[in-house]
Design a protein around this ligand. Structure first.
Ligand code: PLP
Length: 469
């Protein structure tokens, strides 16, 4: 299995290369050169497997033989061992037709753990094999930072330094990062906003000697391995609801398009997912694209679902590449245009193909609160604001398949206790943290406050990367 860039001007790479590189050298995203597919009989044979076994079987073809199946199965076993539910990603029935696929039972209570927990093990495995070390640096406004820290903590060959804006993250989010006291984890609270943090990280990556010296790497959402690790839960849910012998639909609250792209990939591998519903908050570029081929970037506005406050959905490029018939030159041209002009009408045939499969939906903050309340009073289900966007999309008129016998899988992306204020505002119930996190507010914290100054931040990273001790 080799991987090619969506822009066609970077050399093809193998799985390990793609895992470690993240972005392709031409600015494109890596996609598999060919998609592995399973026959209906092969899908049926996967029914009822424990989640780590299913995950290893579905991810293994993407490794192109570079990781032995037994090793991969050991890694998926370890990655999901710490989850707070025996099913890992349980399906909870909401009504006759709707099922919440709960992706938030990992250590940081949000769906990013589903991929990042495995990624930590994959990184370690490949670094061991190559006798290399890495220093991961990243900026976070909240969610991704804690998931990355939990994925990398205590890994012998990885150091991780995460920058967050000082006093501008929620208390849960900060404590999920700063109470990890592992030797290879450091948190920097930067005196500035999220953009200042992101600029510092970019500046470190642009400082070639520093990048080289530290072996800098990122765990951002464009890494192919993250997409691959998100395919198995769509397969598990679809199989449980009768696939491949019965069609299903999915509804996914969306920001960077990574989670819904994994559902598309599961379909591409042969599962009968006949509709993909994309839920957005007021940052609705994807919904506007599907409604009228209007892909115009706008300023990001804050919402009750902050992990979806995104206007440039980086993983959309992978779908665009497929919609354009895998024409890398055309994809590169579209992306350059988007970068230069802030908008990108895509060719009519490709847009029509997208609208045949995808539906878009937008929900504002009052609508989100109303949906959380509706789920609580109607179904006694406590949903976080991101999940509520997905459930609302699933029953908006005209979005689900007409046939009521097609079940809808809704990606439940965060635990309600991760966004307690919105949930309490909607339901008057303050969701408690799960038992394994109940003492989060009492745990010891460790972080260092620094001004937004590159030399000081680089100095800190240098002194804490263990390769230098
Ligand atoms: C990251 C995130 C999303 C958006 O997922 P994408 O893959 O970026 O579309 C939705 N909900 C929650 C809780 C998240 O953390």
């Amino acid at each position: 299995m080799r991987y090619i860039s969506t822009r066609g001007e970077a050399p093809a790479r193998d799985f390990e290369g793609v895992l470690l590189a993240g972005l392709a050298e031409d600015g494109g995203l890596f996609v598999p050169e060919t998609w592995p597919t399973l026959s209906p009989a092969e899908w049926r044979a996967l029914r009822g497997l424990p989640y780590p076994e299913l995950a290893a079987r579905l991810i293994h073809p993407f490794t192109g033989g570079q990781i032995a199946f037994e090793d991969l199965r050991t890694m998926t076993g370890r990655a999901y061992a710490g989850f707070g539910h025996p099913a890992i990603a349980p399906l909870v029935q909401l009504d006759e037709r709707r099922f919440a696929l709960e992706l938030f039972h990992g250590p940081t209570l949000a769906f990013k753990d589903m991929a990042l927990q495995l990624l930590g093990h994959l990184f370690e495995h490949v670094l061991e094999k190559r006798d290399q070390r890495l220093t991961i640096v990243g900026a976070t406004s909240g969610d991704t930072g804690s998931a990355a820290i939990e994925a990398c903590r205590d890994r012998a060959r990885i150091d991780i330094v995460i920058l967050h804006p000082h006093e501008r993250t929620s208390l849960v989010q900060r404590r999920q990062m700063t109470t990890v006291l592992s030797d290879n984890v450091r948190n920097l609270a930067i005196e500035g906003d999220f953009d200042a943090c992101q600029d510092l990280v970019k500046a470190m990556f642009n400082d070639a000697p520093f990048r080289q010296e530290m072996g800098l790497s990122a765990v951002n959402s464009i890494n192919w391995a993250r997409i691959a690790a998100q395919i198995p839960y769509y397969a598990a849910a679809s199989l449980a609801l009768g696939a491949p012998d019965r069609p299903v639909a999915v509804s996914v609250p969306t920001g960077n398009f990574g989670n819904v792209l994994a559902a598309w990939a599961a379909r591409r591998m042969g599962l009968p997912i006949e509709r993909l519903i994309i839920g957005t908050n007021r940052n609705d570029i994807l919904a506007r694209f599907l409604a009228s081929n209007d892909m115009t970037g706008r300023a990001v506005e804050p919402s009750l679902s902050p992990s979806m406050d995104i206007q440039v959905s980086s993983n959309f490029e992978r779908l665009l590449f497929e919609l354009l018939g895998r024409d890398a030159a055309a994809t590169g041209e579209q992306m350059r245009r988007f970068r230069a002009e802030g908008r990108m009408p895509i060719p009519d045939a490709a847009w029509r193909e997208a609208t045949a499969l995808f539906r878009g939906f937008t929900l504002d903050d009052p609508g989100t609160l109303a949906e959380i309340r509706r789920l609580w009073t109607g179904q006694q289900y406590l949903a976080d604001p991101h999940t509520a966007v997905g459930t609302a999309a699933s029953h908006a008129p005209g979005l689900a398949p007409d046939d009521p016998a097609v079940p809808i899988i809704i990606a439940a992306t965060a635990h309600p206790a991760k966004f307690p204020d919105a949930v309490e505002q909607a339901t008057r119930v303050r969701p408690p943290l799960p038992a394994r996190l109940a003492d989060l507010y009492e745990r010891e914290e460790r972080f260092t406050v620094l001004p937004a100054a590159l030399d000081q931040v680089e100095g800190f990273v240098r002194s804490h990367a263990r390769r230098n001790r």
